[in-house]
Design a protein around this ligand. Structure first.
Ligand SMILES: Cc1cc2nc3c(=O)[nH]c(=O)nc-3n(C[C@H](O)[C@H](O)[C@H](O)COP(=O)(O)OP(=O)(O)OC[C@H]3O[C@@H](n4cnc5c(N)ncnc54)[C@H](O)[C@@H]3O)c2cc1C
Length: 379
């Protein structure tokens, strides 16, 4: 594997960085506090083509690879890591449709997802089914050409602003995967309700809602799978989401390292810059080495998605496990270097530190990633 970027990817990265700096940087705090509407902001990002980086050109997208998208998310999350969650779910739905969707589903949804006209959400988790998907209690019953959904999902990112929802449910005793078009015209009966945006530790710019289906009735063509394929498809959805979330961990850690280095160069104690103390230097050295380790793992997962699909699942799990740990540990270490400047709410480090812990839990916990790796080892 060539772990380094091609010349065109290097220039894409430059382009994404400058977009992120100019467009996301100045709105990051306002996005976290919901003073700027995320829905409108995503339209701005969509107008630049970045909601559809991996959507094929035939469907109005950029025709890029998952690695291209990951470079964008890495740049965006240097400023606002919550966008990483939004893009993880949106991209996972796009990749699901690209890989498993019918021609009709591709034609109907990919152009809208590419422009950001609709944003996608993934609704897998339930109150009694977090890590254990087989415990899902939401039911999808097929009745005379329609599917009737009943149940409650929790912690679904983008839900209240979404136009399309990927839902894990049960049909009889089997898992089933649905692609629910949330356009009111596509709903034949019943109701869907969203909780208010959930109050939480970090990643606050994205919307996270519980979702209740009360006899929500939709056309049967929304049923992706209700057999053994449903589990494989669901794994694929989460594997994509986890690879993208790993990119947000890299962006966040890189921003934390930059702040720590800057402070170490400028803050004087005992008559010298604190960067001259070996205790500070070693923190920065560890941060720099482990950030690169996380970056390589994340790029490798993206590469495997396109070039070696048989390894994608384990590389994605490794990237999420490692990158989220690096983000948590080193956002804390960066804060230590900044002392009181880091814990102040005026510092973006305070926000990054809260965001980083979240990445060890959302879209599958660190322990859940280890379950994937143990499974792959065949123990
Ligand atoms: C910000 C955020 C966004 C999210 N977004 C989404 C989303 O968009 N869509 C969605 O479907 N879900 C989403 N989730 C839900 C998330 O995927 C679940 O919270 C996660 O899978 C953990 O589920 P749980 O909280 O029920 O923990 P549980 O599964 O109850 O686990 C509790 C603890 O037990 C550990 N554990 C469980 N099983 C094992 C085992 N076999 N071996 C060892 N340890 C184990 C876990 O690692 C954890 O430490 C989100 C969560 C957050 C916080």
């Amino acid at each position: 594997m060539n772990t380094f970027l091609s010349a065109s990817q290097e220039s894409l990265k430059e382009k994404y960085r400058s977009f992120a700096e100019q467009t996301i940087g100045r709105e990051a705090q306002a996005l976290e506090e919901h003073e700027v509407s995320l829905k409108d902001f995503l339209k701005t990002i969509g107008q630049s083509g970045y909601c559809g980086i991996t959507v094929p050109k035939d469907f109005g997208g950029q025709g890029g690879s998952l690695l291209d998208l990951i470079l964008f998310v890495e740049s965006a999350c240097r400023f606002e890591p919550g966008l990483g969650m939004t893009f993880a779910c949106h991209t996972a739905a796009i990749e699901l449709i690209k890989k498993y969707g019918t021609d009709t589903q591709k034609a109907r949804f990919l152009p809208l997802l590419a422009t950001g006209e609709i944003i996608a959400t993934i609704a897998f988790a339930e109150e009694n089914a977090g890590t254990d998907w087989q415990a899902v209690e939401t039911t999808a019953k097929v009745e005379s050409g329609k599917v009737v959904l009943n149940g409650k999902k929790v912690w679904a990112v983008n839900a209240e602003i979404a136009g399309l929802m990927v839902v894990l449910s049960k049909s009889g005793d089997k898992l089933s995967l649905l692609l629910v078009n949330l356009n009111p015209d596509a709903i034949a009966g019943g109701a869907i309700a969203f909780s208010p945006n959930k109050r939480r530790l970090g990643l606050r710019s994205c919307f996270v809602n519980d979702v209740t289906f009360d006899g929500l009735t939709i056309n049967e063509d929304c049923l992706f799978s209700s057999d053994s394929q449903a589990l494989a498809m669901s794994h694929y959805v989460m594997d994509v989401a986890k690879a993208v979330l790993s990119a947000s961990c890299i962006g966040l850690t890189e921003a934390a390292l930059d702040e720590a280095v800057n402070h170490a160069r400028n803050r004087k104690q005992f008559g010298v810059n604190i960067g001259q103390f070996q205790g500070i230097q070693w923190k920065l050295a560890d941060m720099s080495a482990e950030l690169e380790g996380a970056r390589l793992q994340t790029y490798r997962a993206a590469w495997a998605h396109d070039e070696r699909p048989e390894d994608f699942r384990r590389f994605s799990a490794m990237a999420k496990l490692f990158a989220s740990k690096v983000a948590k540990v080193h956002s804390g270490e960066a804060m230590q270097v900044l002392g009181t400047f880091g814990i102040s709410s005026d510092s973006s480090l305070e926000r990054f530190y809260r965001d980083a812990k979240m990445t060890e839990i959302c879209l599958g916990t660190s322990e859940a990633q280890k379950l994937v790796l143990v499974d792959e080892l065949g123990i």
